[in-house]
Design a protein around this ligand. Structure first.
Ligand SMILES: Nc1ncnc2c1ncn2[C@@H]1O[C@H](COP(=O)(O)OP(=O)(O)OP(=O)(O)O)[C@@H](O)[C@H]1O
Ligand SMILES: [Mg+2]
Length: 225
């Protein structure tokens, strides 16, 4: 003879209001998590970070350089959190673009919009309103609105007009406490001279210059100089 089915003989009491509320909350939380993940994926796709810097870092022989890189990432993360301006300076291949891309990844997973752009590409976009019907303000907002903006291979601009536009965007972001990262293959004095006294002053207030002074992660003999 089969044993009695406990579920059948002693049916569970109907869920209480508290049970139903808890179930609804857990469902809402899951929906929110799924929505956030979808948003993060969209933001990441639209961020402008190139394929190479989307790949996970391959740790090679240059572990000491990576250790210093990881320590600097901690400092950079704080500046992003506090909404400051930051410059990554140093010789080629020591991971400036990679770190900026990593910080973009962290911001999009908040989720919040972040934009990675090369300086030359940005100047080109700023010139677009002259050719298309897009308004100057719309283009400006593309660079002012993102929660994080990275300008890779930063140049202030050749003409007065370019410098004025770039200065305007940096100032707007500074005023609204949105973090901006500038990367450059330059030493500190050269970079300061390019920025000029007004922008340098903003760096001094709550920004940070991180000098990547370890060797290149690229190719043979990496990390040795
Ligand atoms: N911490 C790291 N550990 C290992 N590899 C890294 C690390 N950071 C960057 N890399 C790799 O090293 C290469 C060079 O990095 P990246 O392009 O960020 O250098 P960079 O400083 O921006 O160089 P450049 O000044 O020439 O633009 C890339 O392939 C990158 O994935
Ligand atoms: Mg680079």
């Amino acid at each position: 003879m089969d044993l009695p089915d406990p579920e059948k003989n002693f049916p569970r009491p109907p869920p209480t209001k508290k049970d139903m509320e808890a179930e609804w909350e857990s469902h809402a939380r899951k929906m929110e998590e799924r929505r956030n993940l979808g948003l993060a994926e969209d933001y990441w796709r639209q961020s402008g970070v190139g394929e190479r810097h989307r790949l996970p870092i391959m740790l090679g022989a240059n572990l000491e350089a990576h250790r210093q890189w990881a320590y600097s990432l901690g400092l950079a993360r704080e500046v992003v959190k506090n909404g400051g301006m930051m410059a990554f300076l140093g010789s080629p291949g020591n991971g400036k673009t990679q770190m900026a891309a990593y910080l973009v990844w962290e911001v999009v997973h908040r989720p919040a919009p972040a934009l990675f752009v090369e300086s030359a590409e940005m100047v080109k976009a700023l010139r677009e309103p002259f050719k298309s019907r897009e308004s100057e303000l719309t283009v400006m907002r593309r660079f002012v609105d993102p929660v994080l903006l990275v300008i890779d291979e930063f140049r202030l601009g050749k003409t007065d007009w370019e410098q004025e536009q770039m200065g305007f965007i940096l100032n707007k972001r500074y005023a609204t406490m949105r973090p901006t990262i500038l990367t450059a293959n330059m030493a500190r004095p050269e970079f300061s001279a390019m920025l000029g006294p007004r922008l340098c002053d903003r760096f001094r207030e709550d920004g940070q210059v991180i000098v990547f002074n370890w060797g290149s992660f690229r190719g043979k003999g990496a990390g040795s100089d």
